[in-house]
Design a protein around this ligand. Structure first.
Ligand code: NAP
Length: 549
């Protein structure tokens, strides 16, 4: 039996809960968990109500009545809850599972005996059966006595399933959860709660977990990190994940809105590559990332732990803000191979990990630079001798400068902070891959003649950015530029930024940021799968997603 998908339902109203259970079934869930904490106050009428809910459930169900002391809402005492389980377990239509907390189960021999009588286990075989899930949770962090809790579960033969859930503090906590599943003695659920725990939930079938939880509607507030059934099945292709499936992801902070999982998972499916691609958040310090040392240390520790973990099979990673420079630093420290473009940019966005007979090799590339250059070459033709003005001097500006310079273009960098533009130009002069001239200019001195293309590599004009309604290049400059000037905006939300709208009104040719995103992703996919990536599919998916956002 494969790993099941279970939809948790907080029951406030039985009718509504049954509607959600039907939706869960139609979406592809295998079972539902009725969380009856709010429905059960300890009396008989509540128990009748719950029996009726179970009887009418369209899917096999777990009944959980989580007490307040284990993160639930139920105020009934252990004896009252156990009485409910006895009634459920011995009814004509019992739930497929009841979930009982390890702490409640172990603290009273009397109650334990009553629970054991209500469920099927090796000493008690029933025709109509309900089985026991023994569970333990920590909503704050990894419990310090985790190993003892796991051992304690193993000592009780009445438990059919073990469930361990704790708040994952970083991606590394997933690795321990994976190990718990791999070393299981019984069917096991081991999951990380919170945004860092998504990996343990999606990869459950890779490690043979008993089930994973997924919601009917997004639960970002009440259960962050818990995917929807639709995302699990359509985005992550849960049913196709096997022990052999290779793992990929996008490392950055934040990454929850990254479009990379959308394109890469679809790309793997299209080319028949057995891989799954996940968001992989690696946090930086509270000050928003200015503490670069802390950011590097957590990046390094997390990456090495994931690469070294034998079961995880990490095969490739896209690296985004703020870890692109950290990737090159780590690669230098570890002696990984680094391409000239990443060396010249001082930043990489693609890590490929290869395992041959237990030996791990890692390769760092930068696909942003050739992707941006290809977007410009599409419109301008051969870039040799072309003059490209870049507004901005951050990571993207650097990649574009390196990319076009490698093809022989001359670069003019205009930035709000002039020293940063000068630094970029100085670094480019030293780069082995550079083949064109480079100079810096003050941002308000950008000339209206001389450039074949003007590129926006700042967030100006980006929806939700610092100046969403502005163009980084003044309207007057665009008006005075020759009409054959090409305008390239790396921003892709919205499709047509204020700069591109002004350029189009002038009759100029424009390039928006979707093409660069799609190209850098397609180059990554080809490195990982060895097959040409379906770039048109990537573009369609990105446009659809952004249009619907
Ligand atoms: P970054 O390293 O933080 O650099 C941002 C640059 O924008 C800096 O040069 C900064 O100037 C300048 N800037 C910021 N706010 C400004 C303002 N209000 N007015 C003028 N200049 C301003 O960021 P990045 O990684 O290079 O990303 C830049 C943009 O590229 C992003 O906003 C994103 O839209 C786009 N992008 C596109 C793709 C794609 O695939 N199409 C991928 C990644 C990013 P100072 O040096 O003076 O601070």
């Amino acid at each position: 039996m494969g790993t099941l998908i279970c939809a948790p339902i907080m029951v406030q109203d039985s009718g509504r809960a049954l509607e959600i259970a039907l939706q869960a079934r139609d979406l592809g869930a295998d079972l539902v968990e009725f969380r009856v904490d709010d429905l059960f106050s300890g009396d008989d009428a509540d128990a009748e109500n719950i029996l009726d809910l179970v009887r009418r459930s369209p899917l096999p169900c777990i009944v959980t009545c989580r007490p307040t002391w284990e993160g639930g809402n139920c105020d009934a005492d252990d004896a009252e809850r156990v009485a409910l389980f006895e009634r459920l377990g011995t009814s004509d239509h019992p739930p497929r599972y009841i979930d009982v907390e390890l702490a409640a189960y172990t603290r009273s021999a009397n109650l334990r005996q009553k629970i054991d009588l209500a469920v099927e286990h090796p000493r008690q075989v029933r025709d109509v059966k309900t089985s026991l899930i023994l569970s333990t949770h920590d909503f704050v962090s990894r419990p310090s006595d985790l190993t003892r809790r796991v051992l304690s579960m193993g000592a009780h033969d009445a438990a059919a399933v073990h469930k361990i859930a704790f708040n994952a503090r970083s991606l590394r906590d997933n690795l321990e959860l994976i190990d718990i599943i791999a070393e299981r003695s019984k069917p096991t659920i081991a999951l990380g709660m919170g945004e860092f725990g998504l990996m343990s939930r999606v990869l459950a079938p890779k490690f043979g977990a008993f089930l994973t939880f997924a919601s009917v509607v997004p639960m970002e507030v009440t259960a962050p990190g818990q995917p929807t059934i639709r995302d699990l099945l359509d985005l992550y292709r849960f049913r196709a994940i096997t022990p052999e499936t290779r793992v990929y992801g996008v490392v950055g902070w934040p990454v929850e809105h990254s479009l990379s999982p959308l394109v890469h998972n679809a790309g793997f499916e299209a080319v028949g590559h057995d891989g799954v691609y996940l968001p992989m958040p690696i946090a930086v310090s509270e000050d928003g990332g200015r503490d670069k040392t802390g950011a590097y240390e957590s990046f390094k520790a997390t990456m090495l732990a994931m690469i070294d973990h034998r079961g995880l099979d990490l095969a490739g990673v896209s690296v985004t803000i703020p870890h692109k420079q950290n990737l090159v630093r780590l690669a230098r420290e570890r002696g990984w191979s680094i391409d000239d473009t990443s060396e010249a940019c001082g930043a990489g966005n693609t890590l490929t990990i290869t395992r041959t007979q237990g030996r791990v090799t890692a390769d760092v590339r930068n696909t942003d630079a050739p992707a941006a250059a290809a977007c410009l070459a599409d419109v301008l033709g051969d870039l040799k001798g072309k003059r490209i003005a870049i507004v901005g001097a951050g990571g993207v500006a650097r990649a574009i400068a390196v990319g076009v310079s490698a093809l022989g273009a001359d670069v003019l960098v205009a930035n709000r902070t002039p020293e940063r533009a000068a630094g970029l130009v100085a670094d480019l002069a030293k780069a082995a891959s550079a083949n064109g001239a480079a100079s810096a200019i003050e941002i308000d001195k950008l000339p209206s003649s001389g450039a074949h293309a003007i590129v926006n590599a700042t967030p100006v004009g980006m929806a939700g950015g610092p100046a969403p309604d502005e163009s980084p290049v003044p309207a007057a400059v665009i008006k005075d530029c020759p009409p054959d000037t090409v305008y390239f905006d790396t921003v892709y939300t919205p499709f047509e930024t204020p700069m591109l709208a002004l350029a189009r009104a002038r009759g100029a040719r424009t390039i928006n940021g979707v093409g660069m995103f799609v190209r850098q992703a397609a180059m990554q996919a080809q490195l990982w799968t060895g097959k040409p990536a379906p770039a048109q599919l990537f573009e369609r998916l990105v446009r659809e997603k952004l249009a619907g956002a």
